[in-house]
Write a protein that binds this ligand. Structure first.
Ligand SMILES: [Mg+2]
Length: 230
């Protein structure tokens, strides 16, 4: 069955989960003391959006959100701002799997991203990709290959089928012509309920999935056919 559009998850699907946990999160946590004392009006206005009860100790609040991997929209926005600086200064490059880069470059389907990381963070991740053939050289900008980005602010939670209904409406494509690839069974179930095609990404470093619930799996995007993606 052919697909017109492919929606990609990020963590555990196009790049290792460890990139977020071991690179991006620590980079952000190290900047928390600076953020809390920042005089930058952009930073201050975002910090003010945290609930009143946390305003007395925003540093601990943010640390706890990061430690517990809470998908908090305010936190995500701040992280986007901090990571932007890391990427543009060359301190961070995203380690996309080489087979993903090749797939994106040759895909004839329209490519979209849906991640709980903010759209801003997603754009950065694809704008500063480590070149597998030259890791210390200039990064690759894959943004031109991506038609659109979705996050929990634009579309809702990734485990809700309504979110996928909304996305296929946004991209004006019939759900059965859309393939969603993710490492998360709950996300795949939600997408399937909305009528999308699905593939379960199996990648090194992902948690073992005891029950695949019958989802088709993909270990390398090199196995996705040139035209049909499955
Ligand atoms: Mg994932």
């Amino acid at each position: 069955m052919s697909v017109e559009a492919v929606i990609l998850d990020i963590e555990g699907t196009v790049c290792p989960i460890s990139f977020v946990k071991e690179t991006l999160f620590p980079y952000f946590v190290a900047k928390i003391p600076e953020l809390v004392h920042s005089n930058d009006p952009d930073v201050k206005s975002v910090l003010a959006q945290f609930p009143q009860q946390y305003q007395g100790d925003l540093g601990s609040h943010m640390q706890s959100l990061v430690a517990n991997d809470v998908k908090d929209p305010v936190l995500k926005q701040l992280q986007g701002q901090v990571w932007a600086e890391g990427y543009t200064s060359g301190q961070i490059k995203s380690p996309l799997y080489p087979d993903v880069i090749e797939f994106m470059q040759r895909s004839s389907s329209k490519l979209y991203i849906y991640s709980s990381g903010s759209v801003q963070a997603q754009k950065l991740l694809f704008a500063y990709v480590e070149d597998p053939s030259n890791p210390t050289g200039p990064s690759l900008n894959l943004q031109p290959l991506i038609k659109g980005y979705f996050d929990i602010n634009t579309s809702g939670k990734k485990v809700k089928s309504h979110s996928y209904e909304r996305i296929v409406q946004d991209i004006k494509t019939a759900p059965q012509q859309v393939l969603f690839i993710s490492d998360n069974i709950l996300e795949l179930k939600a997408a399937q309920e909305a009528g999308l095609q699905t593939l379960l990404a199996i990648r090194p470093g992902n948690a073992t999935i005891p029950d695949m619930h019958g989802f088709r799996t993909v270990e390398s995007f090199a196995s996705l056919q040139r035209r049909n993606c499955n």
